[in-house]
Every structure is written in C-alpha cells, then in structure tokens.
Design a protein around this ligand. Structure first.
Ligand code: MRU
Length: 408
C-alpha cells in the first residue's frame, strides 16, 4: 500500500480507480493530513479495512468487493485451475471477512462478487472437485517466481477474474447511485416530517458518527439529503456529535461538512439531550451498519442514547439505510456480533499539539487516563425498531416493523 499527499484533490468521490488500482482517503490521517492510499492488492484492501483507513459500512463494502476481485485475480494468476477446487472462493474471502464483524455490507459485497463468479462456473460444465495430482502439478508450474504479475493464461480463469472485477466496479457505481437516491428520499422526509421547522430558521439536524461521503463512495447515506438540500439553497444546520472514542463526528463529519460549506456545530456526545429539550433539533439522521429482520438498527456506539432522547422529545429519528445494510437473515440486534475494540481507543487520544512552544505539526497520541485503568469499548450499539421513525432506503421510506413485508 502506498500513500500520496493530495491536498488539492476534491474530497468527493471518496474512492476512485485508475488502472485497476484503488485510491481512497486515509481516514486515520484526516482531518489534519489529506493523504490518499493506493490499494494495489487484496492484502492492501484487507489491511486498510482492519486498520480503519477505510471505514463506514458502504465504503467497507465497496473496498471488500474490490479486494475480493483482486484476490480472485491473484489466485487465478498463480494457479489458473484453482476454480476447479470446491470452496476456493470461500477460502479467498476469509481474510477480508475477518477484518470487521459488524457492518453487513462487507460480507454482502464479498458474496456478490463470489456469486457472479459462481454464476459463470455454473453455466459452464465444470465440476468442482478436491484438487487432483494434475492440479497440484499445475499449481507448482504456475508458482514459478518469474511468472509475470497477474497475467492469466487460461481463458476460463481470465473470464472469471474479469467477471469478478466488473461486478466489483458495478458495486462501486451502485453505491454512488444508491446514496444519491437515498438523498432524494431524505429530502421529502426531512421537509415533510421535521419537527418545528419554520421558514424563519434553518432546519436543524443532529447526526452521530460519520455516515457521510467519507463513509461511502460518494454522497454519504445520512448526509446525502443534506448535501442535496443545501445545493438547492434550503437553509439547514447540522449538529455533529463528536462520537467518542474515535471521534468520527469531530474528525470526519465536521471536516466534510466544512469542505462543502454546510453550516454545522460540533457538540459533545452528551449534549444532544439538552439541545432536543430546548427545541433545537428538528430531526435526527444517522446511518447504520446493519438492520435486522425485526427492524433493530445497529450503528455506532451512542446512537441508541440519541434515539431514546429523540423519542422522549417527540423528534423523528431517521436511519439512512441502503438495502445492502439490511440483513434479513439476522433475526434481531441481539444476534449481531458487536465489534469490541481496543481499550487504547479510550485511554489515548490523537490530535495536533497546541502548546505554543511545540513546533511539531504532526498529529500525536496522548494518554488521557492513568496507566492500568480497565476500559470496555464496544464499537456499536442496538437501537430497537420502536425508536426508529423510518428507514430511508434508496427505494422508499420503510417502517422498520414492516421489513418482512417489504422484502417478501
Ligand atoms: O467504526 P466505523 O467508523 O466504521 O463506524 C461507522 C458507522 O457506525 C456509521 O454510522 C455506519 O457505518 C454508517 S456509514 C454510512
């Protein structure tokens, strides 16, 4: 993986492809350094997701799809006959699937790429079998060190690699289009249902974490309608939860809203309740990592508390939700594997030194608690369907209790 400083490149789209290499922002560097990472192979993709250089459910899905396509090409370049082995796609998917457990978009995207390759295999007459002696010999032959990069000799193998890549590219395009469509739906929803909105003051939206353009290929999910309304000249203002412990709100959402010139204010995570009580929030708009069959929403830790406060104050709580985030195979939020992250995310904080005598302009990590404190750091929480006013998908506004009917 290589890093390139790109201070003048527009922030959106947040992922682009040149000559089969994937470029995206290194989100661990923002907001202080605008650096692009180049993902050259499947290992780079898995590392970027695991290290949270790439984050946000839809972007994780897009990079996982591209990573899976790269893994397929890499495997077929080394062993052109490997597609004959039963379980070859599952074993290629393992490294990507092991990176982050909660956002369903990752497994969904990897599954989409695998399914498109399987469709070609099933349409052909190839039987998948355990490796034969002939295949093992073939592996040895194609493992010769001088064999050029990812060139594929076998025509079936090369068709499969191409199919995987094209499907991954489609998923990248779909994400952009899907979020633009979520934005259209959001515009109607916000203008119709936002509490207390009058022509005399801007529409006040509270958001948590970063479900913005940086979390997707473009537009964001929770921010798509915000970008679109702002472009139409509708006055709005966004309350941005800082989103401890990794501060995705303060570091990423605030950064991209500032980049787009959208009025916003960063607030401490615990401030939302007071703002709601004072009538300063018309609607809460968040993204999601997984929506379960019973309508439970899994999203960044802290979302649930905002939903409770919104319910108590009669404020609509909307979840922007691409269909790829809906997991009908998961009965409820209690069945989701909630990622438990390092205690260091709580005990240390990253930022630029502000001391006047400090000449270092690089971000540093500082400890914010005594050594040895025990910390517990779940990355996500579960908002029960009863607290969700609606799921804004690319197709329609869906009542979370009616998901089974919508997906029947
Ligand atoms: O841990 P992260 O930063 O990947 O968590 C991101 C979130 O929880 C987002 O709200 C969610 O993925 C929706 S992104 C459109």
């Amino acid at each position: 993986m290589t890093s390139i400083s790109m201070t003048t490149k527009p922030l959106r789209p947040t992922l682009w492809i040149e000559q089969r290499q994937v470029f995206t922002w290194d989100q661990t560097r923002l907001p202080f350094e605008r650096e692009v990472i180049c993902l050259e192979n499947s290992q780079d993709c898995a590392r970027a997701i695991a290290g949270m250089q790439v984050r946000g459910a839809p972007l994780i899905g897009a990079v996982a799809a591209l990573g899976m396509a790269m893994a397929i090409r890499e495997a077929l370049a080394k062993h052109p006959g490997c597609y004959r082995e039963a379980g070859w796609l599952e074993s290629l998917a393992k490294a990507l699937l092991a990176t982050r457990p909660t956002a369903v978009n990752l497994a969904w995207a990897v599954g989409q790429v695998s399914a498109s390759v399987n469709a070609i295999l099933q349409a052909s007459t190839i039987d998948q079998e355990p490796p034969t002696e002939e295949l093992k010999a073939d592996r040895v032959a194609y493992s010769r060190p001088n064999r050029p990069g990812n060139a594929i000799a076998d025509s079936m193998a090369s068709a499969l690699a191409e199919q995987a890549w094209q499907r991954a590219l489609d998923l990248v395009d779909d994400d952009r289009n899907c979020n633009a469509a979520i934005g259209m739906q959001t515009q109607h929803v916000l203008l119709k249902h936002a509490r207390g909105q009058t022509a005399s003051r801007p529409l006040q939206i509270l958001t948590h974490c970063n479900a913005g353009a940086l979390a997707t290929v473009d537009w964001g999910t929770a921010t798509a309608g915000i970008y679109q309304l702002h472009a139409q000249g509708i006055a709005l203002h966004v309350w941005v939860d800082e989103t401890r412990p990794r501060n995705q709100g303060a570091s990423l959402t605030a950064y991209e809203l500032a980049d787009a010139g959208i009025p916003h204010t960063v607030i401490a995570d615990n401030a939302g309740g007071l703002l709601m009580m004072r009538g300063l929030v018309d609607a809460v708009m968040v993204g999601c990592d997984r929506v379960c069959a019973n309508g439970d929403v899994v999203n960044k830790i802290g979302t649930y508390l905002k939903a409770l406060a919104a319910k108590a104050h009669g404020i609509p709580f909307w979840v922007a939700c691409p269909a790829s985030s809906i997991d009908m195979s998961c009965p409820s939020g209690m069945d989701v594997n909630i990622e438990e992250r390092s205690a260091l995310e709580l005990s240390q904080i990253r930022g630029l030194p502000v001391h006047p005598q400090q000449t270092l302009r690089q971000p540093i990590l500082v400890k914010i608690m005594q050594e040895g404190q025990i910390c517990y750091n779940p990355g996500f929480d579960i908002t029960p369907a009863a607290l969700v006013s609606g799921l804004i998908t690319e197709h329609a506004l869906i009542n979370p209790f009616k998901l089974r009917e919508a997906f029947a």
